[in-house]
Design a protein around this ligand. Sequence first.
Ligand SMILES: Cc1cc2nc3c(=O)[nH]c(=O)nc-3n(C[C@H](O)[C@H](O)[C@H](O)COP(=O)(O)OP(=O)(O)OC[C@H]3O[C@@H](n4cnc5c(N)ncnc54)[C@H](O)[C@@H]3O)c2cc1C
Length: 428
Amino acid sequence: MEKLPIVVIGAGPVGLAAAAHLYEKEEEFLVLERGQKAGANILKWGHVQVFSPWKFNMDSVARKLLLANGWAEPAAEELPTGYEIVEEYIEPLSKLPQFKQKILYRTEVIAVTRKNKDKMNSSLREESPFIIYVQSGGVTKNIEAKAIIDASGTWHNPNPPFADGVWRDKELKQQLITAIPNVKAEPDKFKNKHIAVIGSGHSALNTLIDLAHLKEQYPDTKISWIVRKQEVQEAFGGEASDSLSARGELGTKTHQLVDNRMFEVYASFYIEDILKGSNGLRVLSTDGREVNQIDEMVVNTGARPDFSFLSELRLDVDYAVESTPKLAPLIDPNLHSCGTVRPHGEEELRHPEPNFYIAGVKSYGRAPTFLMTTGYEQVRSIVAYLTGDLEAAKQVQLKLPETGVCKVNSVPKQFQIITGNNEGNCGC
Ligand SMILES: Cc1cc2nc3c(=O)[nH]c(=O)nc-3n(C[C@H](O)[C@H](O)[C@H](O)COP(=O)(O)OP(=O)(O)OC[C@H]3O[C@@H](n4cnc5c(N)ncnc54)[C@H](O)[C@@H]3O)c2cc1C
């Protein structure tokens, strides 16, 4: 088993950072990516400018490898778009000679188990290699691994708009826009129409700002903004106090647009149903309110992890947040309006299944607070542990940029020790 590779699922920024750390530790590794190229999920929202500057978007070991290969480093303080992150960082990283034949593209992981051991079998589990079933070119194959880091993201598994959290009607799901639409690239789809935007995180704010620009040119465009929050102001975040100024500006711009009445705002609106009619879509709230004659509905309500391919593994998942139970109280939006995210690493991410970890945005479960820099520290710690450097695994050194809002919502006593320890990040 020692000779088997450590397999990373997903060639996003965090999966590739894991690969860089494994390379640095001279460990055998393999990355499995279902897309045609690295950064496949980011490319789906590539037109969006991120709010963290380059210096927070690159892993330190990946950066070192790139620099040693003659890479032109982007300016540390500039804000890239998703496309630029892929073109200027992820793609060059994935093409390094060190990664040659180590990343298998168009290779989708469909199931993970232990060799000859289903989930029920407790006997010497850690001595059985993992078996990873993949689909590639229409063929199902299996790959053996001694450890796994699942960095497969959540973007492909969007949350539904409904208050009860369930996607009901497949046909309706297809009719709704769950991506961040590229309004500038396809104005005809939105101009002079009634668009409802559901959600209050940064994705929704990006959509709203782009639609407001369109409305300036096409004033008959009507934008309804539907949020669950009691007050829409809660969506504006720290604004000028945010230490990531671009993240603060998203809130400030949206605040101004609300003040200028660019949107019809529906706060505390829990969606009970969405109905299709001859005059477009109707959205009904649980308290009897209604928004109707909607031409396009953009559902930017975040995403959630997909555990379906992990069902034969022994996972310990928090019942609400869907992260590990140790991480959950650090990021649970029920406890913090601004997560006071203590540095965390291998220990907080450990599952009962030996040598299996979930890292990156998927590790945060349903919590909306993930930053790439968090993921880089996670995989540094996990790789240190897997390669026997237990001291380095414990030395987690995460320092996140503050959002400028830090309201703690009645944190249960057992978690109070967590607060005030380090800076937080909020609401994506
Ligand atoms: C619009 C938007 C803006 C954001 N802005 C910022 C920002 O400013 N700063 C910041 O730090 N973070 C930001 N984030 C959050 C986060 O950092 C990104 O989502 C980041 O892409 C997460 O990286 P990841 O590697 O964990 O997952 P992903 O980038 O989602 O990568 C997962 C990879 O796994 C692959 N995959 C999925 N399933 C399988 C499978 N079954 N088999 C094989 N491969 C699979 C996917 O194709 C993908 O390539 C933003 C997110 C969004 C959506």
